[in-house]
Ligand binder design. Structure first.
Ligand SMILES: [Zn+2]
Length: 443
């Protein structure tokens, strides 16, 4: 591999032993920073009887108390307003405000200093470089620039790499497609839902074929699991005639992972982040491939509101493979396969919504949009899947229905009420889709 393959040739190819030594040093540094600069962290660690001098090995790291989102919510709104005493810098050093976009609970406020913001851009530069973005690219960002971090840092990361960046802010979907065509944009970033939604609008509203009439050759997706669901990825790649690469990040964490051009799984940026996988039930650390657990993650270099052993609830597993790109940063198999919060029991069966997506997107007669609604009828759970057929396929509804029933039974062990809706009537989303609706708790 030539040096041009990597954004940071030294760090991305560091042998495992040296990388782990560096990680331990960096963990100790950020732990000490938080312990000495934030009342929240000082109390958390003092109560657990652990201080900076105690961190000598990875086993010591596993003893450091985890931080959950609910703990962050409980301090915010207090001084220093609105972040609370987790803040490690004076308020006047904060330059960026964002908040989480989760569907449940009060949003979490996130402060960053200008140095943190440069760190965001740097972490995105790793992603984009690995996915083949170069200074010759013209990158289009079709998202609403607002309080959610979304692709904000992707914008700055693309500039850092040297790309030309077109902010597609408040334009509507059709205007965005036309602007991409007009400017011959070569790359874009969006959620999988919106990548498919834009293709749908191009084809059915503008009479354009994105693969033929536009110039997009690579797409970075984030915000939903679709980039690592093979059937969804194939749909996006075929619609756009482009390579689609997954990325997973979060407001409270940062841009911690990326697929490279080899598309062999998600690389963790182990130079900037420490990822641990914990067994959901026992809390035991999982080091071997092929066993799922939840991610506990640490940012080494984020200063205003540090992220140290954050309990992300993302379900992941180590890949047994090494990537042909030559990076020593480890791979996750299948990306983020779900969230501990999303995996729910329906009719006594554990259901991960990603399994339904995989089935729907594998059936070519069906549109990209779908919705799952779980309700209670008496004491029994009832699950409905709403789908739309592609225009011209309405005559095949019976065949499609039986395909769906069979494959859903195999993949999820559940029977569904299948509802066919008229093309274009299910909700369309520009950012994270809300396709899974559990109405049982509301009675
Ligand atoms: Zn790779």
């Amino acid at each position: 591999m030539c040096a041009d393959t990597y954004w940071n040739p030294t760090l991305e190819t560091l042998p495992a032993e040296k990388l782990h030594k560096l990680q331990l040093e960096k963990f100790r540094r950020i732990f000490t920073w938080a312990y000495t600069h934030s009342k929240f962290h000082h109390k958390l660690y003092s109560d657990a009887g652990i201080e900076p001098g105690d961190i000598r090995t990875f086993d010591d790291i596993h003893r450091v108390p985890k931080v959950e989102k609910s703990m962050m919510r409980s301090i915010q709104g207090k001084d220093p307003f609105p972040y609370g005493d987790m803040l490690c810098v004076p308020l006047d050093e904060v330059t960026e405000y964002h908040q989480t976009s989760g569907t449940t609970g009060q949003p979490v406020y996130q402060a960053d200093t200008w140095q943190d913001w440069e760190w965001w851009a740097e972490s995105w530069a790793y992603i984009l470089w690995a996915q083949g973005y170069r200074p010759t690219d013209r990158v289009f960002l079709p998202f609403g620039y607002n309080v959610f971090v979304a692709f904000w840092a992707g914008h700055y990361g693309a500039e850092k790499v040297g790309c030309e960046v077109v902010p597609g802010g408040i334009l509507d979907t059709q205007a965005r497609v036309l602007k991409m065509q007009e400017l011959k944009a070569t790359a874009l970033m969006a959620t999988p839902t919106y990548v498919l939604g834009m293709a749908d609008a191009a084809i059915n509203k503008l009479g354009l074929d994105p693969a033929r009439d536009l110039y997009i050759r690579k797409i970075t997706v984030a915000g939903e699991p679709g980039g690592s669901i093979p059937t969804t990825k194939r749909r996006m790649e075929e619609a756009w005639g482009a390579k689609v690469y997954d990325h997973v990040g979060a407001t409270e964490i940062g841009a911690w992972s990326y697929e490279c051009t080899h598309q062999s799984g998600l690389h963790i940026n182990e130079g900037l982040f420490l990822v641990e996988i914990e067994d959901i039930e026992t809390g035991e650390t999982i080091t071997e491939p092929g066993r799922r657990g939840k991610m506990v993650i640490t940012d080494f270099d984020r200063l205003a509101q540090p992220c140290i052993r954050f309990d992300s609830k993302d379900i992941i597993e180590w890949s047994p493979d090494r990537c042909d790109c030559g990076r020593t940063f480890r791979l996750l198999r299948g990306g983020v396969v779900g969230r501990a919060d999303d995996i729910t029991k329906v009719k006594g069966v554990l259901l991960a919504p990603t399994a339904i997506e995989e089935v729907v997107r594998s059936i070519t007669e069906l549109c990209d949009e779908f919705e799952v609604v779980v309700t209670k009828k008496g004491d029994l759970d009832d699950i409905t899947l709403k789908v739309e057929c592609v225009p011209g396929q309405q005559a095949n509804i019976d065949v499609v229905r039986s395909k769906l029933v069979d494959q859903l039974r195999v993949k999820t062990n559940l029977g569904y009420n299948i509802e066919f809706h008229e093309y274009g009537t299910l909700p369309r989303y520009e950012t994270k889709a809300k396709r899974f609706k559990d109405l049982r708790k509301k009675g």
